[in-house]
Write a protein that binds this ligand. Structure first.
Ligand code: CU
Length: 118
């Protein structure tokens, strides 16, 4: 009886790496939140559009209360840096990635950070 117990627990221990591996393998969608410098609805749709255009991005939703962009993506097709760069290229800050200067300067004044209220 005792040997059976040992065999069982050894089997279980041996299975752990497989169980963990199977779980990371199953996780095909990653969700991140990126702080942006969006100011209005126009910014929101511009940023969401730019991010959704990326291969591997499944969804992008801006929260207008805190201007955080929720992005669902497939980590084997695209990564967080590429997503942030796409936001930067459309003229907005994305976490620690500053907005591309030229794109930022070509935004409507009201969409720039110092542009005041709509
Ligand atoms: Cu705007």
């Amino acid at each position: 009886m005792k040997t059976l117990k040992i065999v069982k627990s050894t089997l279980f221990l041996a299975l752990i790496p497989f169980l963990l591996f199977a779980q990371t393998d199953k996780k095909k969608t990653e969700t991140i939140y990126i702080q942006t410098s969006a100011q209005c609805d126009e910014c929101k749709s511009k940023i969401e559009g730019a991010v959704k255009d990326l291969k591997g991005v499944k969804d992008a939703q801006m929260n207008m209360a805190d201007m955080k962009l929720m992005v669902s993506y497939s980590p084997n097709k695209v990564n967080a840096d590429e997503i942030k760069n796409a936001i930067s290229k459309s003229g907005y800050d994305a976490d620690n990635v500053m907005a591309d200067k030229d794109s930022y300067n070509s935004l409507p004044k009201c969409c720039q950070k110092s542009g005041g209220k709509h």
